[in-house]
Design a protein around this ligand. Structure first.
Ligand code: NBP
Length: 472
């Protein structure tokens, strides 16, 4: 008896993915470095479907139908390489290794190219939605060859989340494309969460609302265009009362946010690609600032604004600022995917990415339908901001957006996400940017040259001499 697919690495993610496969009627071979996890999976959930447990790598590989489909769900980094080194010699040309971990796309590119030489397909696959998603239907972003997708796609689509009957799984593109898109997805998630956090902060300390009242505001927002998983759980968290103290839960949690690294990768990669992703960067930095306890402690006595100005930050204005800033953050994230796709020749279908994020993952939202529609209407649109729906939304938000950023500044409430979104927006719309002055400075101190608005060519001014202009 052989299994259609195998999963090695049976911690929370691998175990739930294997169960999801089995529950959908796919026989699944299961393996883990320490056999205890394999045994407990079969003992506890063996009744859910057909599991073929294997204690050794050899038996695991032998229990897979050909061409073999082997999913790795181990800790990203060195463990992934260790597992590949263990299994690759046992595989044959045409076999497929799916890496469902949170790998860096550069590692995926390296692994794909090494395995391609042996004729083995390496399918770096972004899987979003945490353990619940893995069990009940994640959003799946497979990279790798089109040939491997033909053999794997139906299985992966089968176990993915569905929205309006459409699977939240599509072939992203060759080699590292899947993990790249998953990385940017996580970066966007950071930005989205930061904007929501700033909205809360403004409602709390600008408008003076209590957490329970703010929970109601978020519940109301969740019935409109902001409807999303993140807004929904924000209301839940804000409405929660700490059992031990009777205080709002949000007030007893230490205000130092942590991160695992995919947000940072998104920003590092954006810097390499030259793509401005201020919304994601500020979100990563905001978590970083929050974690610098000693620095914050040292700054406690620093002067702030003289309060007194009535907080005019009404929930309606914040809702508009949030929607507009969210459009900017997503526009920046999609720009990064577009740039990565161009750099590595992936030909990523941006609208399809919005489509597969509609379910299964943390950023699932009604909003993604709008993004899908925008790319359907114009697949080559340079930015989501120029899509008519989004242009209208940011147009409608103008006064509120600016008022919210100004209010935050006046009251001394940090709003880096809102501020950077607005600055990016104004930078794009500006007829002239002060970059002309920057170029002048660069030419002055470093003879870096400049181009002119009225003629072709590259010029340099002899700043230290008689300031004549020469062509360079
Ligand atoms: P972990 O990331 O905690 O990894 C534990 C698994 O890795 C165990 O099966 C462990 O085997 C195995 N492993 C390690 Br560690 N080193 C190994 C080695 N050298 N050789 C073989 N196996 C090794 O598991 P997870 O939380 O289920 O996540 C799995 C992957 O999915 C990760 O890449 C993660 O980033 C990604 N992911 C996680 C989530 C989430 O919500 N947790 C969401 C999305 C993606 P052992 O049992 O023998 O120690």
């Amino acid at each position: 008896e052989t299994a259609r697919i195998g999963v090695t690495g049976l911690a929370v993610m691998g175990r739930n993915l294997a169960r999801n496969l089995a529950r959908h009627g796919h026989s699944v071979a299961v393996h883990n470095r320490s056999p205890a996890r394999t045994k407990s999976l079969v003992d506890e959930f063996g009744h859910e479907g057909t599991f073929l447990p294997a204690e050794t790598a050899e038996r695991f590989v032998a229990s897979l139908e050909r061409p073999r489909r082997l999913v790795i769900m181990v800790k990203a980094g060195d463990p992934t390489d260790a597992v590949i080194d263990e299994f690759a010699p046992l595989l044959e040309p045409g076999d497929m290794i799916v890496d469902g971990g949170n790998a860096n796309f550069a590692d995926t590119r390296r692994r794909e190219s090494a395995l391609r030489e042996r004729g083995v397909h390496f399918v770096g696959t972004g899987i979003s939605g945490g353990e619940e998603g893995a069990l009940h239907g994640p959003s799946i972003m497979p990279g790798g060859s089109a040939e491997s997708y033909a053999a794997l796609g139906p299985l992966l689509e089968d176990i993915s989340a569905k929205v309006d009957g459409t699977p939240c799984c599509a072939h992203v593109g060759p080699d590292g494309a899947g993990h790249f898109v998953k990385m940017v997805h996580n970066g966007i998630e950071y930005a989205d969460m930061q904007l929501i956090a700033e909205s809360y902060d403004l409602l709390r300390h600008g408008a003076g609302l209590e957490p329970a009242e703010i929970a109601e505001v978020f519940r109301t927002w969740n019935t409109g265009r902001l409807e999303s998983y993140l807004i929904e759980i924000t209301a839940e968290v804000l409405a929660h009362t700490d059992a031990a103290t009777g205080r709002p839960f949000v007030d007893v949690v230490l205000d130092q946010a942590e991160q695992k690294g995919t947000g940072r990768w998104t920003v590092q990669t954006a810097l390499d690609l030259g793509v401005p992703v201020g919304g994601i960067a500020e979100a990563v930095f905001a978590r970083s600032v929050s974690g610098h306890a000693a620095l914050r402690e040292a700054a406690q006595g620093l002067p702030g604004p003289s309060r007194g100005a009535a907080a005019s930050t009404l929930p309606d204005a914040v809702e508009k600022a949030l929607y507009a800033s969210k459009i900017v953050a997503y526009a920046q994230g999609f720009h990064e995917i577009q740039a990565g796709s161009a750099e590595y020749g992936w030909n990523v279908d941006l609208g399809a990415m919005a489509t597969i994020w509609r379910g299964g993952c943390i950023i699932r939202a009604r909003f993604l339908d709008r993004i899908r529609a925008a790319y359907e209407a114009d697949p080559r649109t340079p930015t989501l901001l120029t899509d008519p729906h989004f242009t209208e939304a940011v147009g409608d938000a103008q006064d509120a957006w600016r008022e919210v950023v100004a209010t935050a500044a006046k009251l001394g409430i940090p709003a880096p996400g809102f501020s950077t979104a607005l600055a990016y927006y104004d930078s794009l719309r500006a007829k002239r940017l002060p970059a002309a002055l920057t170029q002048g400075q660069r030419d002055y101190f470093g003879a870096h040259t400049y181009r002119r608005v009225d003629r072709e060519g590259t010029y340099h001014t002899l700043w230290g001499a008689d300031r004549t202009e020469i062509t360079s």
